[in-house]
Ligand binder design. Structure first.
Ligand code: FAD
Length: 405
């Protein structure tokens, strides 16, 4: 039986454990954090395609009790002018609907599902390196331990420590010029209907929010900051300092941003937003990078977690179908590159428009309604959200009509 160690149990890690287990592989996961350390309770949107990928693993139920559906968004200028609407979910009738959920809840639910299937997750274990020979791969741990397996899957996130073992030329993650933070505010401040994001291109920063079915509001802000902050610098800034700064940044904009920030019951630690646009290689024959370790779109894509779960399915299928591990890893990388790199590029363009100032901002607000009308049902949106993975046939399709699994 093929054996695998997975490093990291964020999103990609437990999803990959479930997928490899389904493919008949004996898998163990190592995660540096303990279960009680949730790493901050920010939220994300899991696209229809990410939920579709979980469904291919018989794990779609994991997310149905978490968060709430968010299939659409409305873009608004800082003056309050509605620039247009867009879809952020699949159009195919049998597809799941995109959901907004707390990231730690998603990670915990995936870990629980993996454990329920008999998979061991060793927490509090920090991987420090990985090496390979013709027969196996070895992971070293900070506690002095070593694990040996046919395959190591590095799911250790955007600041991956194992990335350079696979691609020694890998550049560090690229800073997007934006600092991101999120918060939660009580019901009664807005009267927006639940399920739609409202994205405000403010004069000095970007603000987005979604109303949950009970009326409370989940919001985030992207603040332009041209120079890359040092590691931990913006994370250390107190929430109350951010509250005052955000209220000031959004003071001249129409909409509820300042009221929501002012009333927030929780403001999560800020973090600089990075991307990993392209690595020369994702595997060395026995170790493979997946999720943010391999390709991190900026958070503006709303796709990082979904792509990580898709990776898990495609990797497991490749291992199930190939003659040996190196061949499977080659097939996996060939199958995934074009899709993820297209989505990474699209998110880079969105980042540029979030940081626009002066005349560029005015032009953007004039152009966006036209662009949105032209792209409302575009091929790019369908390719992203209607992407369907079949476990049995090993095929990926983009379909706007019913499909069978
Ligand atoms: C502000 C923000 C907003 C976002 N919004 C969205 C969104 O709306 N939709 C979306 O799909 N994505 C979003 N994302 C991206 C999404 O969170 C990531 O793409 C996703 O978490 C990637 O999963 P991953 O498992 O690859 O990495 P991670 O979730 O980062 O998990 C990596 C895991 O590896 C562990 N680890 C790291 N190093 C080691 C080590 N040496 N040894 C052992 N364990 C280790 C970490 O503790 C962690 O648990 C957002 C990201 C940010 C920052």
């Amino acid at each position: 039986m093929t054996t695998a160690w997975i490093v990291g149990a964020g999103i990609a890690g437990p999803a990959t454990a479930i997928a490899l287990h389904k493919a008949g592989i004996d898998v163990t996961v190592a995660e540096r954090r303990h279960d009680t350390d949730d790493g901050g309770s920010s939220f994300l949107t899991l696209g229809s395609n990410g939920i579709d990928a979980l469904t291919a693993l018989d794990a779609g139920h994991v997310v149905t009790r978490l968060g709430f559906e968010t299939p659409t968004l409305t873009l608004v200028s800082g003056t309050g002018r509605v620039l247009g609407d867009s879809r952020t979910s699949a159009v195919r009738p049998d597809a799941p609907v995109s959901r907004t959920l707390r990231r730690p809840d998603l990670s915990a639910a995936l870990r629980a599902e993996a454990r329920a299937r008999g998979i061991t997750i060793e927490t509090g274990r920090v991987a420090t390196g990985v090496a390979r020979d013709d027969e196996c791969a070895r992971v070293r741990f900070a506690d002095g331990g070593e694990a040996v397996a046919d395959l190591v899957v590095a799911c250790d996130g955007i600041h991956s420590r194992l990335r350079r073992a696979v691609d020694p030329t890998a550049p560090p993650p690229a800073y997007t010029g934006l600092v991101g933070l999120a918060g939660y505010s009580p019901a009664g401040i807005t009267d927006d209907r639940p399920g739609t994001y409202r994205m405000i291109f403010g004069r000095r920063a970007f603000f987005g929010y979604a109303t949950a079915p009970g009326g409370d509001v989940w919001w985030f802000a992207n603040v332009p900051q041209p120079h890359e902050p040092g590691r931990g610098e913006v994370e250390r800034v107190e929430p109350e300092t951010w509250r005052a700064r955000l209220v000031d940044l959004f003071a001249r904009d129409a909409g509820p941003a300042t009221r929501l920030v002012d009333a927030a019951t929780e403001i999560m630690p800020a973090s600089p937003m990075h991307t990993v646009p392209r690595l020369a290689r994702w595997h060395d024959g026995r170790t493979v990078l997946i999720g943010d370790a391999a390709h991190a779109p900026s958070p503006s894509s709303g796709q990082g977690a979904s792509l990580a779960i898709e990776d898990a399915v495609v990797l497991a299928r490749a291992l199930r179908d190939a003659d040996d591990v190196p061949a499977a890893l080659g097939a996996f990388e060939a199958a995934r590159r074009r899709r993820v790199e297209t989505i990474v590029r699209q998110a880079q363009r969105v980042n540029g428009s979030k940081a626009a100032t002066g005349v560029v901002r005015v032009m953007r607000d004039l152009m966006l309604p036209w662009v949105l009308r032209a792209t409302a049902n575009s091929h790019a949106l369908r390719e992203t959200y209607d992407h369907h993975l079949s476990w049995q046939t090993g095929t990926d399709t983009v379909s706007t009509s019913g499909t069978s699994r």
